[in-house]
Design a protein around this ligand. Sequence first.
Ligand SMILES: Cc1cc2nc3c(=O)[nH]c(=O)nc-3n(C[C@H](O)[C@H](O)[C@H](O)COP(=O)(O)OP(=O)(O)OC[C@H]3O[C@@H](n4cnc5c(N)ncnc54)[C@H](O)[C@@H]3O)c2cc1C
Ligand code: SF4
Length: 454
Amino acid sequence: MREQPALERIRNNEEVPFGYSPEEAILEANRCLMCKKPKCVDGCPVEIDIPGFIHFIAEGKFREGVNRLKEKNILPAVCGRVCPQEEQCEQKCIVGIKNEPVGIGRLERFLADWEAEQGEAEFPKKTKATGKKIVIVGAGPAGITAAADLVKMGHRVDMFEALHEPGGVLVYGIPEFRLPKSIVFREIKYLQDLGVRLYTDHVIGMIKSIDELLDDYDAVFPGTGAGLPWFLNVPGENLNGVYSANEYLTRANLMKAYLFPRYKTPIVRGKRVATVGGGNVAMDCARTALRLGAEQSIIIYRRSMEEMPARNEEIHHAEEEGVIFKLLSNPAAFHGDKNNWLKEAECIQMELGEPDDSGRRRPVPIPDANFRVPIDVAVIAIGNSPNPLIPSTTPDIETGRWGNIVTDPETGKTSKEGVFAGGDVATGAATVILAMGAGKVAARGIHDYVMNQK
Ligand SMILES: Cc1cc2nc3c(=O)[nH]c(=O)nc-3n(C[C@H](O)[C@H](O)[C@H](O)COP(=O)(O)OP(=O)(O)OC[C@H]3O[C@@H](n4cnc5c(N)ncnc54)[C@H](O)[C@@H]3O)c2cc1C
Ligand code: SF4
């Protein structure tokens, strides 16, 4: 797919790849073998009829393709951009055995963008109202998907979101250059046009508890995500200039610090920014730092490139843009000046030992090999736990080891009557499509539950 040249794109926040033209999409769609038993569908957590929508593209019937896609996926423009297709549908694609797999994600994105260019979206036929009322807590991918499926089943669906914008990580975390926010808002408008009532600035657990919601609704779905950042717990982590990835990205994206001075959101625009971690979130932070004007953006990661959990595409884009990778390194402390402004990261040099529980080789510190890196901003991107507010204000809901809400994987049911959950709040930080899959499962679970209530 054609994309903005690296040196140009780090000076703006525009999306990196341009997307397929109709001719390119038809060419790519014609590579699909339209398998009778399509392996790609087995790899899709929301069971999209992949050969079905690709067939329509190959025939130039884009409207039919969009409708087929949207039967199962309420966020095609998002998934086409951020899903790890290389580990899911495309990994299973039969063409991929000998050649490049069919570009399923890119074709999905093409259809969603084509529909947006046409103006008005088409809507499925309205189902008869059931008279049941469901409330969704959290407007991230899990909540959005559950809401869409439930409203299509004929239920009244209200959605409460804590932030002033809906979208969850899609708006506060994933940067504009990877997922333009106008695309997320377009897909949320579609959800509202389906009939879902959205209320922003509503923090459940503060203004109302889950028990109070159950007085007014037949079922509740908390899809409140994993937004509680982990820290390294090393000396100096409280210095000015040290951020959690969540805070850094929220300031940059949701609060639009990249549009300073039009938006007056404060953010420290360091000249030398170090991001600690090796996942997608770390890549997003390092690339955001460049766009905020950093002269050097450094990834500090404790294992080697081979163990790095970020998508290959994200690592490749970061490398192209000039992000420096300091591998087999881990901060032991941060040092500041007399006014408590960050000046240096003191790092431990590591080597790889035996594999750990995750199967990746464990990083082992090399004695007496600490070194210092001069920096003025550090971003800690080493993971998140589920948001604790709902579990802590709902005492009779069962939680797991990481503070996650325990659910039945077949139905999304929790230990509490009438409460179903899914997405990152149940699994811990995962992916958009897994959160959407969990939203779908819970929607079916909720439907069965409310329709069989006495
Ligand atoms: C920077 C970043 C980059 C990522 N990149 C990718 C990627 O490229 N591909 C991918 O597949 N995944 C990616 N992920 C992971 C993915 O975004 C998440 O797995 C997914 O968004 C989880 O969806 P969710 O609906 O469970 O939670 P969230 O998206 O976190 O949404 C939860 C929502 O609930 C709201 N909420 C929380 N508490 C309350 C409350 N008490 N009351 C009301 N509302 C509340 C939150 O404000 C939020 O809007 C990334 C994550 C991050 C942080
Ligand atoms: S497995 Fe590949 S070739 Fe077969 S239907 Fe799916 S996308 Fe097409």
